[in-house]
Design a protein around this ligand. Structure first.
Ligand SMILES: NC(=O)c1ccc[n+]([C@@H]2O[C@H](COP(=O)([O-])OP(=O)(O)OC[C@H]3O[C@@H](n4cnc5c(N)ncnc54)[C@H](O)[C@@H]3O)[C@@H](O)[C@H]2O)c1
Ligand SMILES: O=C(O)[C@H](O)CO
Length: 327
Protein backbone atom coordinates (compact mmCIF):
# COMPACT_ATOMS: atom_id res chain seq x y z
CA UNK A 1 0.00 0.00 0.00
CA UNK A 2 1.23 3.49 -0.83
CA UNK A 3 2.03 5.80 2.12
CA UNK A 4 -0.46 8.60 2.76
CA UNK A 5 0.70 12.20 2.55
CA UNK A 6 -0.98 15.54 3.00
CA UNK A 7 -0.01 18.48 0.77
CA UNK A 8 -0.86 21.70 2.60
CA UNK A 9 0.32 24.18 -0.03
CA UNK A 10 -0.45 24.59 -3.74
CA UNK A 11 2.32 22.99 -5.81
CA UNK A 12 2.86 22.66 -9.59
CA UNK A 13 0.91 19.76 -11.16
CA UNK A 14 4.13 18.08 -12.33
CA UNK A 15 5.37 18.00 -8.73
CA UNK A 16 2.06 16.66 -7.49
CA UNK A 17 2.15 13.94 -10.17
CA UNK A 18 5.60 12.90 -8.95
CA UNK A 19 4.33 12.54 -5.39
CA UNK A 20 1.19 10.70 -6.57
CA UNK A 21 3.36 8.10 -8.36
CA UNK A 22 4.68 7.02 -4.96
CA UNK A 23 2.06 8.06 -2.40
CA UNK A 24 -1.67 8.40 -1.81
CA UNK A 25 -2.13 12.18 -1.76
CA UNK A 26 -4.63 14.39 -0.08
CA UNK A 27 -4.26 18.10 -0.61
CA UNK A 28 -5.57 21.42 0.58
CA UNK A 29 -7.73 22.95 -2.14
CA UNK A 30 -9.15 25.96 -0.28
CA UNK A 31 -8.97 29.39 -1.93
CA UNK A 32 -7.02 30.88 0.97
CA UNK A 33 -4.09 29.33 2.86
CA UNK A 34 -4.97 26.47 5.19
CA UNK A 35 -5.67 27.57 8.78
CA UNK A 36 -4.04 25.93 11.76
CA UNK A 37 -7.29 24.19 12.78
CA UNK A 38 -7.94 22.94 9.27
CA UNK A 39 -4.42 21.55 9.12
CA UNK A 40 -4.77 19.76 12.47
CA UNK A 41 -7.97 18.11 11.25
CA UNK A 42 -6.33 16.70 8.12
CA UNK A 43 -3.45 14.86 9.78
CA UNK A 44 -5.10 11.76 11.32
CA UNK A 45 -3.77 9.31 8.71
CA UNK A 46 -0.90 11.27 7.23
CA UNK A 47 2.56 9.68 7.19
CA UNK A 48 4.06 12.61 5.36
CA UNK A 49 3.34 16.33 5.29
CA UNK A 50 4.38 18.95 2.71
CA UNK A 51 4.31 22.54 3.97
CA UNK A 52 5.92 25.97 3.79
CA UNK A 53 6.61 27.31 7.24
CA UNK A 54 3.60 26.04 9.20
CA UNK A 55 4.54 25.53 12.85
CA UNK A 56 5.43 21.91 13.64
CA UNK A 57 5.12 21.48 17.40
CA UNK A 58 3.76 19.07 20.03
CA UNK A 59 0.16 20.15 19.44
CA UNK A 60 0.38 19.40 15.72
CA UNK A 61 2.26 16.14 16.26
CA UNK A 62 -0.42 15.02 18.76
CA UNK A 63 -2.91 15.28 15.89
CA UNK A 64 -0.71 13.23 13.57
CA UNK A 65 -0.13 9.81 15.17
CA UNK A 66 1.20 8.20 11.95
CA UNK A 67 3.46 11.04 10.86
CA UNK A 68 7.01 10.10 9.84
CA UNK A 69 8.20 13.13 7.91
CA UNK A 70 7.65 16.84 7.38
CA UNK A 71 9.02 18.39 4.23
CA UNK A 72 9.40 22.19 4.14
CA UNK A 73 9.32 24.00 0.80
CA UNK A 74 11.89 26.47 2.14
CA UNK A 75 15.48 26.46 3.26
CA UNK A 76 14.66 28.15 6.59
CA UNK A 77 13.19 25.75 9.15
CA UNK A 78 12.60 27.97 12.16
CA UNK A 79 9.01 26.66 12.02
CA UNK A 80 10.27 23.26 13.28
CA UNK A 81 10.17 22.64 17.04
CA UNK A 82 13.27 20.49 16.75
CA UNK A 83 12.97 19.03 20.28
CA UNK A 84 9.38 17.95 19.71
CA UNK A 85 10.35 16.36 16.38
CA UNK A 86 13.39 14.62 17.89
CA UNK A 87 11.32 13.12 20.71
CA UNK A 88 9.06 11.46 18.13
CA UNK A 89 11.73 10.60 15.53
CA UNK A 90 10.08 12.80 12.91
CA UNK A 91 12.22 13.40 9.84
CA UNK A 92 12.37 17.10 8.92
CA UNK A 93 13.70 18.31 5.56
CA UNK A 94 14.30 21.64 3.80
CA UNK A 95 15.31 22.92 0.34
CA UNK A 96 18.87 24.30 0.42
CA UNK A 97 20.98 25.46 -2.56
CA UNK A 98 18.31 25.51 -5.32
CA UNK A 99 17.33 29.05 -4.27
CA UNK A 100 20.76 30.57 -3.56
CA UNK A 101 21.18 32.55 -6.78
CA UNK A 102 17.59 33.81 -6.84
CA UNK A 103 17.69 35.09 -3.26
CA UNK A 104 21.09 36.66 -3.94
CA UNK A 105 19.63 38.50 -6.97
CA UNK A 106 16.95 39.95 -4.72
CA UNK A 107 19.44 41.01 -2.05
CA UNK A 108 21.35 42.98 -4.70
CA UNK A 109 18.07 44.48 -5.90
CA UNK A 110 17.48 45.75 -2.34
CA UNK A 111 21.00 47.17 -2.12
CA UNK A 112 20.53 49.06 -5.41
CA UNK A 113 16.96 50.15 -4.64
CA UNK A 114 17.86 51.65 -1.27
CA UNK A 115 21.10 53.29 -2.41
CA UNK A 116 19.57 54.84 -5.55
CA UNK A 117 16.10 55.35 -3.99
CA UNK A 118 14.43 53.53 -6.90
CA UNK A 119 10.88 53.02 -5.48
CA UNK A 120 10.74 56.57 -4.09
CA UNK A 121 11.84 58.12 -7.39
CA UNK A 122 9.63 55.81 -9.45
CA UNK A 123 6.68 57.14 -7.45
CA UNK A 124 7.83 60.72 -7.96
CA UNK A 125 7.87 60.27 -11.75
CA UNK A 126 4.51 58.49 -11.84
CA UNK A 127 2.95 61.13 -9.58
CA UNK A 128 3.92 63.80 -12.17
CA UNK A 129 6.35 65.47 -9.72
CA UNK A 130 9.44 65.37 -11.94
CA UNK A 131 10.22 69.05 -12.37
CA UNK A 132 12.85 70.82 -14.43
CA UNK A 133 14.99 71.92 -11.50
CA UNK A 134 18.29 71.15 -9.82
CA UNK A 135 18.26 67.39 -9.34
CA UNK A 136 20.22 67.21 -6.08
CA UNK A 137 17.07 66.25 -4.12
CA UNK A 138 17.05 63.08 -6.26
CA UNK A 139 20.64 62.06 -5.49
CA UNK A 140 21.47 58.73 -3.96
CA UNK A 141 24.70 57.04 -2.88
CA UNK A 142 27.10 54.80 -4.80
CA UNK A 143 27.12 51.03 -4.49
CA UNK A 144 30.23 50.26 -6.57
CA UNK A 145 33.48 50.37 -4.66
CA UNK A 146 31.78 50.46 -1.23
CA UNK A 147 32.18 47.97 1.64
CA UNK A 148 29.58 45.27 2.12
CA UNK A 149 29.45 43.55 5.52
CA UNK A 150 27.69 40.17 5.36
CA UNK A 151 26.51 38.70 8.66
CA UNK A 152 25.95 34.99 7.93
CA UNK A 153 28.36 33.89 5.18
CA UNK A 154 26.47 30.71 4.28
CA UNK A 155 25.25 29.42 0.94
CA UNK A 156 23.22 32.54 0.12
CA UNK A 157 25.62 34.98 1.81
CA UNK A 158 28.41 33.80 -0.47
CA UNK A 159 26.22 34.11 -3.59
CA UNK A 160 25.48 37.72 -2.57
CA UNK A 161 29.18 38.33 -1.98
CA UNK A 162 30.02 37.09 -5.51
CA UNK A 163 27.61 39.55 -7.10
CA UNK A 164 28.87 42.41 -4.95
CA UNK A 165 32.56 41.62 -5.52
CA UNK A 166 32.59 40.74 -9.19
CA UNK A 167 29.61 42.82 -10.36
CA UNK A 168 30.11 45.98 -8.32
CA UNK A 169 33.74 45.88 -7.25
CA UNK A 170 32.68 46.07 -3.60
CA UNK A 171 35.00 45.18 -0.73
CA UNK A 172 33.56 42.22 1.18
CA UNK A 173 33.90 41.63 4.89
CA UNK A 174 31.89 39.14 6.89
CA UNK A 175 31.05 37.79 10.29
CA UNK A 176 29.95 34.20 10.79
CA UNK A 177 29.81 31.58 13.53
CA UNK A 178 32.86 29.96 11.91
CA UNK A 179 35.44 31.30 9.49
CA UNK A 180 34.92 30.31 5.85
CA UNK A 181 38.39 30.09 4.23
CA UNK A 182 36.87 29.16 0.82
CA UNK A 183 34.68 32.29 0.83
CA UNK A 184 37.61 34.44 1.99
CA UNK A 185 39.68 33.18 -0.94
CA UNK A 186 36.91 33.45 -3.52
CA UNK A 187 35.77 36.93 -2.49
CA UNK A 188 39.06 38.26 -1.13
CA UNK A 189 36.92 38.79 1.97
CA UNK A 190 38.05 39.69 5.49
CA UNK A 191 36.65 37.88 8.52
CA UNK A 192 35.95 40.56 11.14
CA UNK A 193 34.27 40.79 14.54
CA UNK A 194 30.63 41.82 14.61
CA UNK A 195 31.64 45.20 16.10
CA UNK A 196 34.17 45.92 13.39
CA UNK A 197 31.73 44.90 10.67
CA UNK A 198 29.04 47.20 12.04
CA UNK A 199 31.43 50.13 12.47
CA UNK A 200 33.08 49.96 9.06
CA UNK A 201 30.51 48.66 6.53
CA UNK A 202 28.64 50.94 4.12
CA UNK A 203 26.04 48.20 3.65
CA UNK A 204 25.23 45.76 6.48
CA UNK A 205 23.44 42.66 5.21
CA UNK A 206 21.88 40.01 7.43
CA UNK A 207 21.67 36.45 6.05
CA UNK A 208 21.58 34.21 9.16
CA UNK A 209 18.95 31.58 10.01
CA UNK A 210 16.48 32.47 12.78
CA UNK A 211 17.38 30.42 15.87
CA UNK A 212 17.43 31.11 19.61
CA UNK A 213 20.96 32.43 19.10
CA UNK A 214 20.03 34.94 16.37
CA UNK A 215 16.83 36.41 17.85
CA UNK A 216 17.30 40.20 17.79
CA UNK A 217 20.92 39.77 16.73
CA UNK A 218 20.67 43.34 15.46
CA UNK A 219 19.18 45.78 17.97
CA UNK A 220 19.73 49.22 19.49
CA UNK A 221 23.37 48.58 20.41
CA UNK A 222 24.22 47.30 16.95
CA UNK A 223 22.49 50.18 15.12
CA UNK A 224 24.40 52.58 17.40
CA UNK A 225 27.68 51.16 16.10
CA UNK A 226 26.78 51.58 12.41
CA UNK A 227 27.86 54.57 10.32
CA UNK A 228 25.21 57.29 9.93
CA UNK A 229 25.53 56.65 6.19
CA UNK A 230 25.00 52.87 6.56
CA UNK A 231 22.28 51.04 4.66
CA UNK A 232 20.86 47.98 6.42
CA UNK A 233 19.48 45.05 4.41
CA UNK A 234 17.56 42.12 5.92
CA UNK A 235 16.82 39.11 3.73
CA UNK A 236 16.96 36.54 6.57
CA UNK A 237 13.98 36.47 8.95
CA UNK A 238 12.21 39.41 10.59
CA UNK A 239 12.87 38.10 14.10
CA UNK A 240 16.64 38.42 13.74
CA UNK A 241 16.18 42.20 14.09
CA UNK A 242 14.66 44.21 16.92
CA UNK A 243 12.15 46.02 14.71
CA UNK A 244 11.51 48.84 17.22
CA UNK A 245 15.23 49.56 17.35
CA UNK A 246 15.33 49.60 13.54
CA UNK A 247 12.43 52.07 13.41
CA UNK A 248 14.21 54.33 15.93
CA UNK A 249 17.49 54.12 14.04
CA UNK A 250 15.76 55.17 10.81
CA UNK A 251 13.57 57.87 12.34
CA UNK A 252 16.54 59.39 14.20
CA UNK A 253 18.75 59.19 11.08
CA UNK A 254 21.14 56.93 12.98
CA UNK A 255 21.39 55.03 9.70
CA UNK A 256 20.61 56.18 6.17
CA UNK A 257 18.16 53.59 4.88
CA UNK A 258 16.93 49.99 5.05
CA UNK A 259 15.87 47.34 2.56
CA UNK A 260 13.63 44.66 4.02
CA UNK A 261 12.26 41.45 2.53
CA UNK A 262 11.20 40.12 5.94
CA UNK A 263 9.34 41.41 9.00
CA UNK A 264 8.67 40.43 12.58
CA UNK A 265 5.03 39.87 11.73
CA UNK A 266 4.13 38.61 8.24
CA UNK A 267 2.11 39.78 6.43
CA UNK A 268 3.28 43.09 7.87
CA UNK A 269 0.59 45.22 9.53
CA UNK A 270 -0.41 48.28 7.45
CA UNK A 271 0.16 50.32 10.65
CA UNK A 272 3.82 49.35 10.92
CA UNK A 273 5.80 52.66 11.03
CA UNK A 274 8.40 51.17 8.67
CA UNK A 275 5.87 51.46 5.85
CA UNK A 276 5.64 55.24 6.32
CA UNK A 277 9.38 55.94 6.00
CA UNK A 278 10.60 57.04 2.54
CA UNK A 279 14.08 55.65 3.22
CA UNK A 280 12.81 52.08 3.64
CA UNK A 281 12.29 49.73 0.71
CA UNK A 282 9.88 46.93 1.60
CA UNK A 283 9.08 43.60 -0.06
CA UNK A 284 6.61 40.84 0.89
CA UNK A 285 9.15 38.04 1.64
CA UNK A 286 9.81 37.20 -2.00
CA UNK A 287 13.51 36.28 -1.89
CA UNK A 288 13.05 32.95 -3.66
CA UNK A 289 9.87 33.85 -5.53
CA UNK A 290 10.56 33.24 -9.22
CA UNK A 291 8.62 30.62 -11.21
CA UNK A 292 11.68 28.48 -11.85
CA UNK A 293 13.08 28.57 -8.33
CA UNK A 294 9.75 27.94 -6.63
CA UNK A 295 9.27 24.97 -9.00
CA UNK A 296 12.73 23.64 -8.14
CA UNK A 297 12.05 24.09 -4.41
CA UNK A 298 8.70 22.28 -4.65
CA UNK A 299 10.28 19.39 -6.61
CA UNK A 300 13.14 19.06 -4.13
CA UNK A 301 10.68 19.12 -1.22
CA UNK A 302 8.63 16.42 -3.00
CA UNK A 303 11.74 14.24 -3.43
CA UNK A 304 12.56 14.68 0.26
CA UNK A 305 9.00 13.73 1.21
CA UNK A 306 8.74 10.68 -1.03
CA UNK A 307 12.13 9.34 0.07
CA UNK A 308 11.29 9.79 3.76
CA UNK A 309 7.91 8.04 3.63
CA UNK A 310 9.17 5.19 1.44
CA UNK A 311 12.06 4.31 3.76
CA UNK A 312 14.88 5.90 1.76
CA UNK A 313 17.40 8.55 2.77
CA UNK A 314 15.98 12.00 1.89
CA UNK A 315 18.59 14.29 0.33
CA UNK A 316 18.04 17.18 2.77
CA UNK A 317 17.36 16.17 6.38
CA UNK A 318 17.98 19.29 8.49
CA UNK A 319 21.24 19.19 10.43
CA UNK A 320 19.78 19.03 13.95
CA UNK A 321 17.59 16.01 13.11
CA UNK A 322 20.20 13.95 11.26
CA UNK A 323 21.40 11.88 14.19
CA UNK A 324 18.98 9.44 15.71
CA UNK A 325 16.70 9.18 12.68
CA UNK A 326 16.33 5.61 11.53
CA UNK A 327 15.53 5.37 7.83
N1 LIG B 1 14.05 36.27 2.26
C1 LIG B 1 13.87 35.05 1.79
O1 LIG B 1 13.00 34.79 1.00
C2 LIG B 1 14.83 33.97 2.19
C3 LIG B 1 15.15 32.99 1.27
C4 LIG B 1 16.02 31.99 1.63
C5 LIG B 1 16.55 31.95 2.91
N2 LIG B 1 16.19 32.90 3.81
C6 LIG B 1 16.75 32.84 5.17
O2 LIG B 1 18.17 32.84 5.06
C7 LIG B 1 18.72 31.89 5.95
C8 LIG B 1 20.08 31.47 5.47
O3 LIG B 1 19.99 30.58 4.38
P1 LIG B 1 21.30 29.82 3.83
O4 LIG B 1 20.82 28.77 2.89
O5 LIG B 1 22.33 30.78 3.36
O6 LIG B 1 21.78 29.13 5.19
P2 LIG B 1 23.25 28.65 5.59
O7 LIG B 1 23.05 27.74 6.74
O8 LIG B 1 24.00 28.18 4.40
O9 LIG B 1 23.95 30.01 6.09
C9 LIG B 1 23.69 30.64 7.28
C10 LIG B 1 25.02 31.12 7.87
O10 LIG B 1 24.73 31.88 9.03
C11 LIG B 1 25.73 31.58 10.00
N3 LIG B 1 25.24 31.93 11.33
C12 LIG B 1 24.35 31.29 12.11
N4 LIG B 1 24.21 31.94 13.27
C13 LIG B 1 25.03 33.02 13.23
C14 LIG B 1 25.35 34.06 14.13
N5 LIG B 1 24.77 34.13 15.34
N6 LIG B 1 26.24 35.01 13.74
C15 LIG B 1 26.83 34.93 12.54
N7 LIG B 1 26.58 33.95 11.65
C16 LIG B 1 25.71 33.01 12.00
C17 LIG B 1 25.99 30.07 9.82
O11 LIG B 1 27.23 29.70 10.34
C18 LIG B 1 25.93 29.96 8.29
O12 LIG B 1 27.19 30.12 7.71
C19 LIG B 1 17.65 30.79 6.02
O13 LIG B 1 17.73 30.07 7.21
C20 LIG B 1 16.35 31.57 5.90
O14 LIG B 1 15.87 31.92 7.18
C21 LIG B 1 15.35 33.90 3.48
O1 LIG C 1 13.56 30.07 3.87
C1 LIG C 1 13.19 30.18 2.69
O2 LIG C 1 13.38 29.31 1.82
C2 LIG C 1 12.49 31.42 2.24
O3 LIG C 1 12.32 32.31 3.27
C3 LIG C 1 11.20 31.13 1.54
O4 LIG C 1 10.24 30.75 2.47
Amino acid sequence: MKPKVFIARPIPSEVEAYIADHCTCEKWTGASPITRNELLERLKDAEGLLITGEKIDDELLDHAPNLKAVSNISVGYNNFDLDAMKRRNIIGTNTPDVLNETVADLALALILSTARRIPELDKLVKDGKWEDQDDEPLFGVDVHGKTLGIIGMGRIGEAIGRRAKFGFNMTIQYHNRHRKPESEKLLDADYVSMEELLQTSDFVLLMVPFTEGTKHLIGKEQFALMKNSAIFINTSRGQTVDENALIQALQNQKILAAGLDVFDQEPVSPDNPLLKLPNVVTLPHIGSATYQTRFDMAMLAAKNLVAAVTGKQPPNIVQELKSGIKI
